[in-house]
Design a binder for this molecule. Structure first.
Ligand code: HPA
Length: 273
């Protein structure tokens, strides 16, 4: 057996020993979006620091905990804080928790992030359903394929589950929540982009730009987990005044404001899955 699979199992067993039952649904909470964890019932908090084979989060605005419990009547396992490539982690470390979720039997993954809106119609605080992505990070599947998890050449025609997109649109209409829908592009960071780079990404077909998510989605799809993704637009990356600067504090504050609505949508979706 592939040695990596033994590690996934070891970590999965550790997490399972701290839960009541195996999770069906995984959730990755992005920058400033960790508050969804507050609405998880009967929760168990498992700090990353004590989990075998896990790396530690360092980015400001990111907590480093797994939160296990119930949401929308289903067993969930949420990551409060993720591992970013810009922090210096290897792609294997960035995506390790997703492999562990797959090993635990997770069938559905919700991913979220803070992102810059390059679509000129987007405003700070908008929620964007991710319908597709452009991955400009190294592909996390580079290297010997883990045959136990999935195929060497996985299909990426529909990385974001069309039925789940339909479901969120139905819920949002009923709740009078306005949603955007678009393409998420992931770069390495940690710099925010230059105005020329934002414009270039827009021309490539991106609606929003961030520094995460695509590695987790690629690995989830490799493991045949269905994926739903949402970006919170935290800055308008399409029109720059002479005095404008991007900064992390404003990004976190904008994400925090939108977190409640995103959490409500995730819960309603989970109820109906
Ligand atoms: N670029 C990259 N990552 C981001 C941005 C951005 O403009 N905003 C929030 N995360």
């Amino acid at each position: 057996m592939d040695e990596r699979v033994i590690k996934f199992r070891e970590t999965a067993d550790f997490i399972l020993s701290r839960m009541d039952a195996a999770p069906e649904i995984g959730i990755v909470l992005g920058s400033g979006l960790g508050t969804l964890a507050d609405s998880i019932e009967n929760q168990r908090v498992i700090p990353y620091a004590g989990i075998p084979n896990f790396a530690n989060t360092t980015a400001a605005g990111h907590k480093g905990n797994l939160i296990a419990g119930m949401l929308g009547g289903k067993k969930v396992l949420a990551m409060q804080g993720r591992f970013h490539y810009y922090e210096g982690y290897r792609m294997e470390q960035v995506t390790f928790p997703i492999r562990v979720m797959a090993t635990l039997g997770v069938k559905t993954l919700f991913v979220s992030n803070a992102a810059g809106g390059v679509n000129p119609a987007f405003r700070v605080g908008d929620l964007m359903v991710i319908r597709d992505h452009i991955n400009l990070l190294p592909n996390p599947l580079i290297g010997k394929n883990i045959d136990e998890m999935g195929a060497r050449f996985p299909d990426m025609t529909r990385p974001y589950d069309p039925a789940m997109i339909e479901l969120v649109e139905k819920i949002a209409t009923a709740q009078h929540i306005e949603l955007r829908k678009g393409v998420y592009l992931a770069g390495t960071g940690p710099t925010y982009e230059t105005p020329a780079e934002y414009a270039y990404f827009g021309k490539m077909g991106a609606d929003a730009v961030g520094m995460s998510t695509t590695p987790e989605v690629i690995v989830a799809r490799h493991s045949n987990i269905r994926v739903f993704g949402m970006s919170v637009i935290t800055n308008e990356a399409h029109s720059f005044s002479d005095t404008f600067v991007n900064n992390h504090k404003d990004v976190i504050a904008a994400a925090d404001k939108a977190a409640k609505t995103m959490s409500a949508l995730f819960r309603l979706m989970i109820e109906q899955l």
